[in-house]
Design a protein around this ligand. Structure first.
Ligand SMILES: *[C@@H]1O[C@H](CO)[C@@H](O)[C@H](O)[C@H]1NC(C)=O
Ligand SMILES: *[C@@H]1O[C@H](CO)[C@@H](O)[C@H](O)[C@H]1NC(C)=O
Length: 325
């Protein structure tokens, strides 16, 4: 009898475990395959809702040491991620970016994308710019090159414009995204494209009022930093969802919007609860060893040490726990 109870208990525990386990590291590309957008959700090849959880890399020109296979292995295995975001710098004041050195930028990007494919995780190709509307020719060239190279590879997600600032959605951003989407779709008909929204990718309500039409598998970027952005932004985003706008959090921090301390654990939990309730995918800013609160890694962590427990910061530890929760 005792044995039977124990057995029932064990079976129940397993069932519970399976139904609540959302360790992102186990939700791989070979399990889910080609993603698409249905309503406000990402669904997999068999129509099941999928949530991606993982890490964003830092601007590639400033943290090239993490744009390699070793680091992506750590992001999957030890940061329990099924998505990584490559932040391709477009222009920086001192250190250039794609516009100045396209070959070097592509080389770093390809190292990350190829590693993600090998490691069976999804990868966001992020045009990491605040003024992408001023660099349209370069955007079109870049997305043409990468969507040709990775056409039909199910791991790929495109992000056309990291964080617009004050640009108008209707007059500037929507036409910009449509131009980029057309270039990508000529090469890659299916993979998800995430488009940036006004005010550092917070004003999803403006996109909801005038969404991109006549295209499939389009999502809208929401970024938040828990120390700065609170219930009011979740309310804005909930309204946008209710208006049918699919949201992808391609970048979030547990700290203030300027990436500084302190870690706001309580507010981060409110965000994670909200994201999980809505099955929204998210990537944490950032795989970085810069001395600032947002960094997941301690100073001087090497690519071989990425996400190993001894090399995680306060923020990094919380984020990893969340990725495997
Ligand atoms: C989130 O996904 C789960 C699993 O598919 C589903 O049961 C739940 O209804 C979804 N939540 C929402 C808000 O769609
Ligand atoms: C990181 O490396 C720099 C340069 O070698 C060194 O000055 C600094 O003390 C190191 N920081 C830590 C926390 O180890």
């Amino acid at each position: 009898m005792k044995f039977v109870f124990a057995l029932v208990g064990l079976v129940l525990a397993c069932l519970v475990d399976i139904s609540v386990s959302k360790d992102a590291a186990l939700e791989t590309v070979s399990k889910h395959g080609q993603l698409s957008v249905q309503g406000v959700d990402i669904v997999d090849e068999s129509g099941e809702k999928v949530q991606l959880k993982g890490m964003s890399l830092f601007w590639d020109v400033w943290m090239p040491q993490y744009y390699n296979k070793e680091s992506i292995d750590g992001i999957h295995d030890s940061c329990h991620s099924n998505v990584v975001r490559a932040a391709v710098s477009v222009v920086t004041e001192e250190d250039g970016g794609y516009i100045e050195t396209p070959e070097a930028s592509l080389e770093r990007l390809y190292a990350v994308v190829d590693a993600a494919i090998e490691d069976d995780i999804y990868v966001i190709i992020d045009w990491h710019d605040h003024e992408a509307d001023q660099h349209l020719d370069s955007s079109l060239e870049f997305f043409d090159i990468v969507s040709k190279k990775y056409s039909g590879v199910p791991n790929i997600i495109y992000e056309t414009f990291n964080e617009p600032t004050g640009q108008s959605w209707n007059d500037v951003l929507k036409p910009y995204h449509e131009a980029v989407i057309n270039v990508i779709r000529a090469n890659d008909p299916d993979n998800i494209i995430v488009v940036g929204t006004p005010t550092w990718s917070q004003s999803v309500d403006q996109a909801a009022a005038n969404p991109i039409t006549g295209q499939k598998n389009i999502m809208y970027t929401l970024h938040f930093y828990a120390g700065t952005h609170k219930q009011w932004l979740r309310d804005t985003a909930t309204n946008a969802l209710n208006n049918g706008i699919p949201i992808f959090v391609t970048e979030y921090g547990t700290v203030n919007a300027d990436a500084t301390d302190p870690v706001d654990e309580a507010e981060s939990r409110l965000w994670w609860d909200w994201l999980d309730e809505h099955n929204i995918s998210y990537a944490n800013w950032a795989i970085s060893d810069k001395l600032e609160g947002a960094s997941a890694l301690v100073a001087n962590a090497t690519s071989a040490e990425v996400c190993l427990e001894d090399f995680l910061t306060e923020s990094g530890r919380l984020v990893v726990a969340q990725n495997k929760a």
